[in-house]
Design a protein around this ligand. Sequence first.
Ligand code: HEC
Ligand code: HEC
Length: 207
Amino acid sequence: MPLSATCRLLTCLALLAGLPVAASAQALAADIQRAEEIVMGKCFICHGAEGESSSPVFPRLAGQHAAYVARQLADYQSGRRKSSAMQPMVEGLSAADFTALGRFFETREVHLHPVDDPELAQMGRFIYQRGNPYSGVPSCASCHGAGGQGTPNLPRLAGQHAQYTERQLRAFNLRERNNDNAVMHTVAVKLTELELKAVSSYISSLK
Ligand code: HEC
Ligand code: HEC
């Protein structure tokens, strides 16, 4: 093949490869803009403008996986996940809004947070990384990752407020949170009070 034809072919390939990227970047920008409107309209009061909620009662959303966020919002809307705070927030929002909000929070900057009780967090580190082999608590890291980053199908835990994590673990245990709790119920039911507090403290220290 002559050189000029090769170059044209390469340009063509680059364009073919580049076009979908440009289109998806545009879609992302549109989603972020739509999400910003919603967040500044109501979510920021509790979750902060950048997903960095200031009160330990409200979960931090910065860095949370988009698909997980979208699924939780749909579950609040359908009532599969119950919360008197969240149900009215999702009224009138569409599935496209949930996707946009997911992409918004996933792309917010995450921060490192100090812990109140480093000794407690140190104990939680063992539970998180290794589980409790004597009572059958599995290692949290085996699913949520060694750094608590989660996966697109599994929530990120790193940096979450300890108080929120504790509440969710209790809710999984009592089956009050039952939108998708088959796995987490079997985990939470095995945790002692000390393990629950310790692991929640450790999680809050991860970035
Ligand atoms: C009045 C305070 C408040 C406002 C405003 C609010 N939330 Fe929430 N949000 C909460 C509380 C409390 C929870 C935890 C509820 C639970 O235990 O299930 C929560 C949970 C969530 C979760 C689940 C997080 C997780 O890790 O599972 C998402 C996602 C969320 N909110 C997104 C939003 C969005 C998007 C908005 C705006 C449309 C919003 N919230 C507005 C209080 C609020
Ligand atoms: C076998 C896999 C698995 C293991 C092991 C596991 N988890 Fe989970 N965890 C999940 C799944 C799946 C979900 C999502 C549940 C949902 O969508 O409602 C979840 C959700 C959670 C949530 C809710 C997060 C949020 O933002 O509301 C917390 C907190 C949590 N896990 C903590 C832990 C802790 C602490 C441990 C270790 C003691 C642990 N998990 C071990 C699979 C696992």
